[in-house]
Design a protein around this ligand. Structure first.
Ligand SMILES: [Zn+2]
Length: 220
């Protein structure tokens, strides 16, 4: 069911419940998915959808995704490898990582008459592909530019008025500051020597910098 239709149905059920005097109807009417919304902020969901949509629209190929989230295949509940290209406990890296991971694990579209399409676009530019294959810092810069595109597109296509858009951008900016603090803690060695070495060359978080861009976030 489409989200708008689903929300309308919930409103109808809640209204009917209220008219019938059933005080518990609201909780009963909420689906698990609707209840789960409370666990994730608007900004978290905005970033997740922006990146997932961008990946599908561009048709980002497997090689590119494997360079961005190389650890996903080894990921299981009992084993959590480091998330290359992402900062642990960064509030913007988390939805960004989940979007890349979800896209990587996507199914092939059903009923394609023998074709195996699983995405919409035709791939990334040769320049971007070269950047992703480049050194870690060049790769992070490329990830930043991809995310900046995707978040920019979603800001343009989401029905936000000027005030809502400014509010969203300010909150993303705040989350980026938390992400940069998390990166700084790791670089200072507060999360252990191994992670300190992993992040030693990072000048900025590519995900945060793409989501809330400013002129400070550039590799040399
Ligand atoms: Zn981050």
């Amino acid at each position: 069911m489409k989200r708008a239709a689903c929300e309308k149905l919930i409103v109808v059920v809640i209204t009917l419940g209220a008219l019938m005097g059933n005080g518990n109807i609201r909780a009963d009417a909420l689906t698990d998915d609707a209840a789960a919304k409370g666990k994730y902020s608007n900004e978290h969901r905005f970033v997740f959808y922006a990146i997932l949509e961008g990946l599908y629209e561009d048709g980002v190929p497997a090689e590119a995704i494997n360079l961005i989230v190389p650890d996903v295949d080894a990921m299981a509940d009992s084993k959590r490898p480091d998330r290359t290209n992402f900062v642990e406990s960064c509030p913007l890296c988390t939805p960004a990582f989940e979007a890349f991971r979800t896209y990587k694990l996507r199914p092939v579209f059903y009923g394609q008459g023998g074709t195996k399409f699983s995405t919409f676009g035709f791939g990334v530019s040769a320049e971007r592909m070269k950047g992703l294959r480049g050194s870690p810092s060049v790769r992070r810069e490329t990830i930043r530019s991809m995310i900046e595109d995707y978040v920019g597109r979603r800001l343009e296509t989401t029905a936000l008025d000027d005030e809502e858009r400014m509010d969203m951008e300010l909150r993303l900016e705040d989350m980026k500051k938390d992400g940069h603090s998390a990166l700084a803690r790791v670089k200072r060695g507060e999360k252990g020597e191994t992670l300190k070495k992993v992040y030693a060359g990072w000048k900025f978080c590519p995900n945060c910098a793409g989501i809330a861009p400013d002129s400070q976030d550039e590799e040399d």
